[in-house]
Design a protein around this ligand. Structure first.
Ligand SMILES: Nc1ncnc2c1ncn2[C@@H]1O[C@H](COP(=O)(O)OP(=O)(O)OP(=O)(O)O)[C@@H](O)[C@H]1O
Ligand SMILES: [Mg+2]
Length: 278
């Protein structure tokens, strides 16, 4: 890690020795990424990402546009189109990359997309019920019948202030930007994954919706669950206080720190981080 020798500019709260790999204070390592290099086409987008997320923790990943945050989330979720050049990722000790995307989901990994997809013609309730029962089968829990599912989903929809009419609409079909993001959190609340990766779930939300989303995320905090928030804005982190904040710059985690790092980034921007990482 000699390329990080120029980190003298880093503040006292931030750790540049092994950014992303600070020893956890909470539960077991849920997600462990080691020296991950990923290409998209000819471009090497991730250049040695290492990150450890323990159960019970909330991590925030920040960083300039185009630095590879969504790429990292997509690669972990198993979205096609990315070439894993080297490195590893384990989820509860299992090699994540040997699992199909649906196996990763069944194992308890959830990705909230920066740009949630619309699936016209596929009923929102149908998709949610199929997903929740697939997750329950994987956990060897009995499936929910229609009544149990409706009771669960209506309670969660109430929390997210989503109108029940959304159940019968196509997945995200015609949803406004903010409605799509709230629908992502609804999926999260219903599926109760072990690890949630939320890619800019706060972008485009009005102030009330941001609070709802934050409350939804906070309600998911649990000793056996971890949450990774990709965000550009400190304001989400006012509501969902992260245990660790990481800066992804130029395809690697250049700096990690506590919540005060996000405040510092808000004040100073990213130039100092990028320069230090280079
Ligand atoms: N399918 C693709 N084809 C070509 N280039 C891609 C593709 N996907 C990602 N990239 C490139 O990889 C780099 C990282 O993109 P990524 O979406 O991961 O950034 P990001 O950190 O999420 O940015 P933002 O903050 O703007 O969401 C960008 O330069 C982007 O153009
Ligand atoms: Mg992105």
């Amino acid at each position: 890690m000699s390329e990080r020798s120029g980190m003298s500019a880093s503040p006292a709260h931030a750790s540049a020795v092994n950014p992303g790999e600070r020893a956890g204070t909470s539960g077991a390592a849920l997600l462990q990424i080691r020296d991950l290099h990923v290409k998209v086409g000819e471009q090497r987008v991730l250049r040695g990402v290492s990150l450890t997320v323990h159960a019970g923790e909330v991590h925030a990943i920040m960083g300039p546009n185009g630095s590879g945050k969504s790429t990292l989330a997509h690669v972990l979720a198993g979205r096609p189109g990315y070439e894993i050049v080297s490195g590893s990722a384990t989820f509860e000790g299992h090699d994540l990359f040997s699992l199909e995307p649906e196996e990763r989901a069944r194992a308890g990994l959830f990705l909230g997309f920066q740009y949630p997809v619309e699936i016209p013609g596929v009923n929102n309730a149908y998709l949610l019920k199929a997903a929740v029962n697939a997750a329950r089968r994987a956990r060897e829990l009995p499936e929910l019948d229609a009544f149990e599912f409706l009771a669960l989903v209506k309670e969660r929809m109430g929390r997210m202030h989503i109108d029940e009419s959304f159940l019968s609409r196509g997945v995200n079909e015609g949803f406004s930007g903010g409605e799509k993001k709230r629908n992502e959190i609804l999926q999260l609340l219903v599926l109760e994954p072990k690890l949630a990766l939320l890619d800019e779930t706060d972008s485009g939300l009005d102030i009330d919706a941001l609070k709802l989303v934050a409350e939804g995320v906070n309600s998911m905090r649990a000793p056996d669950r971890a949450i990774v928030l990709v965000t550009h804005y400190q304001r989400l982190l006012d509501h969902v206080v992260p245990d660790q904040v990481h800066v992804l710059a130029r395809g690697r985690i250049a700096l990690s720190g506590d919540r005060t790092l996000a405040l510092e980034l808000e004040r100073r921007g990213y130039d100092w981080v990028s320069e230090a990482a280079a």
